[in-house]
Design a protein around this ligand. Structure first.
Ligand SMILES: CC(C)(COP(=O)(O)OP(=O)(O)OC[C@H]1O[C@@H](n2cnc3c(N)ncnc32)[C@H](O)[C@@H]1OP(=O)(O)O)[C@@H](O)C(=O)NCCC(=O)NCCS
Length: 183
């Protein structure tokens, strides 16, 4: 078992089938992940003060940080982090206490803050900042800091979500087959 996957206060991450967790990543505490997910080098998923729930076929790419906000005097319920299925999280993304739907592409270097809701089938362009509490509507592309709705997605772009998620499933299967570590 990899030291990348660690308990916090007795709660250990639970992973679905065929999940790849790179030995240089960290998955800590109250984290649940579905089948066929992948966690790439230097990604951090830190469920130490609230829960993190991730669906199936989600890739969390290099250097991305997934965290939550704890429940306390300034935020009574805190903000958990929830991610659906077939979500591609590019390199250097920060997802913090937000809710991400199914079939979402989060472009390289983007940040999504507490209470933001990204509905199903959304493209977030590279380098986007999604402010606290903002709702990104299903079927649209967003870009910019702060994020602005750019245009409706084309059919081809809607088909891309499952393609790119599946591509990362294949890639992590290669890593599992060719390395001496898998979860
Ligand atoms: C948003 C994106 C999908 C392109 O959408 P598009 O509609 O094809 O956009 P275009 O390339 O035609 O560019 C349209 C305009 O948006 C600008 N633009 C493109 N991407 C942008 C971005 N991420 N942020 C801000 N502006 C952007 C272009 O410069 C162009 O501006 P102009 O009209 O003034 O010249 C793409 O640029 C992007 O950011 N993809 C994410 C890639 C990624 O991170 N993948 C994860 C890899 S694992």
């Amino acid at each position: 078992m990899s030291t990348s996957i660690r308990a916090h206060k007795g709660i250990r991450p639970t992973l679905g089938d065929r999940v790849y967790v790179d030995p240089q990543s960290a998955v800590i505490g109250d984290v649940q992940m579905g089948d066929d997910c992948s966690v790439w080098p230097f990604a951090v998923i830190r469920g130490d003060m609230h829960r993190i729930r991730i669906g199936s076929r989600v890739s969390i790419q290099d250097n991305s940080t997934l965290h939550i906000t704890h429940a306390g005097p300034f935020q009574p319920d805190g903000w958990p982090l929830t991610i659906g299925s077939d979500v591609t999280i590019g390199h250097n993304v920060c997802l913090h206490g937000c809710s991400i739907g199914n079939e979402v592409l989060i472009g390289i270097g983007s940040t999504v803050l507490d209470g933001a809701v990204v509905e199903d089938q959304v493209v977030i362009g590279a380098g986007t900042l999604v402010p606290p509490g903002k709702v990104l509507e299903s079927g649209y592309m967003y870009m910019g800091a702060p994020a602005k709705q750019i245009r409706p997605l084309k059919e081809k772009e809607k088909n891309f979500f499952k393609y790119t998620a599946g591509n990362y499933v294949k890639l992590k299967d290669e890593y599992i087959a060719n390395s001496d570590y898998s979860s």
